[in-house]
Design a protein around this ligand. Structure first.
Ligand code: AMP
Ligand code: MN
Ligand code: MN
Ligand code: MN
Length: 283
């Protein structure tokens, strides 16, 4: 039986398509009972999501997905059960968002140098009040006819070596885990299968993550294939880490996995929610 808990998704506060209240309504329709909202580098959607969750009989888990630079790669660290009033966390995320603004200007400059003008203004208009992400540039580039769809626009413009890519220095792994734990939360490595790390670096990452107090990794996520569910269940076991699951839902046509239909965690996993009062009815 699929467990109705989804601990990774995005609203319009970052690069999701649904506003926080609509995302919660969508989750409820899909049968989700415990929902973690994890916008990129922003916790501004949590209060609206919490209010909607109350109306829909869903338990909302405060979350965030923090961008990190580790060994010159970008990793994502999810924080769950964070205090969204924590001053240090709020301050650090404000500074990341300022960095994202600067990076967006550099992305636009790179695209302008490749002959595509007006990208900052275009992406800004799509983002509205949201943080500036590569997804917003990608959407604008598709609308302008520079590629057929989001996937091909990323390949052509928004990844390493392409004109709209900026090698941005995010916060350190130690800082992100420290901020999450300092805000009373649980740190989770998001979609570890996506980072293209060899075995040695993957083990190094797990070891280092644990040494800072990190305690879980995503095992079932829209970014993993079924063989990777098994692979990362083994890694969780080996490093004594708990397992999380989440769709990484961004909106219709923008996600590998719908909400509410997540496959079960492999049976030898300890779910990250195993001792959470709001998830007791699940076990
Ligand atoms: P950013 O944090 O601004 O670098 O934007 C990263 C976001 O872009 C991710 O969270 C995904 O939602 C999206 N993204 C990254 N790579 C791809 C890709 N290859 N295809 C589609 N979306 C992507
Ligand atoms: Mn995203
Ligand atoms: Mn991510
Ligand atoms: Mn995500």
């Amino acid at each position: 039986m699929p467990v109705p808990i989804d601990l990774h998704c995005h609203s319009t506060v970052s690069d999701g398509m649904l506003e926080p209240h609509a995302l919660v309504a969508h989750a409820a329709e899909r049968g989700v009972k415990v929902l973690g909202l994890t916008d990129h580098d922003d916790i501004g959607g949590l209060s609206a999501a919490r209010e909607a969750a109350g109306r829909h009989g869903i338990a909302l888990v405060n979350g965030v997905e923090i961008s990190v630079t580790w060994k010159r790669r970008t990793l994502h660290i999810v924080g769950l059960k964070i205090d969204d009033q924590n001053a240090a966390l709020k301050r650090a995320l404000t500074s990341v968002r300022e960095g994202r603004e600067q990076r967006a200007l550099e992305i636009a400059q790179g695209l302008a140098d490749a002959g595509i003008k007006g990208a900052y203004e275009g992406a800004k208009q799509i983002a509205g009040h949201a943080i500036m992400t590569r997804s917003h540039f990608a959407e604008w580039l598709v609308l302008q006819g520079h590629a057929r769809n989001i996937a091909s626009v990323f390949k052509k413009y928004m990844v390493k070596g392409k004109p709209g890519f900026v090698d941005f220095e995010w916060m350190s792994l130690e800082q992100a885990v420290g901020l999450i734990i300092g805000a009373g939360g649980v740190a989770v490595v998001a979609h570890p299968g996506r980072y293209d790390l060899g075995m040695i670096n993957m083990h190094l990452l797990m070891h280092e993550f644990r040494s800072y107090g990190g305690s879980a990794i995503e095992v079932v996520t829209g970014s993993h294939t079924p063989p990777q569910f098994q692979q990362f269940a083994k890694i969780a076991h080996r490093f004594d880490l708990k397992a999380s699951q989440g769709s990484d839902y961004h909106g219709v046509g923008r996600s590998h996995m719908e909400m509410g239909y997540l496959p079960d965690l492999p049976s030898d996993c300890v779910p990250v929610w195993h001792d959470w009062p709001e998830a007791q009815f699940l076990s």
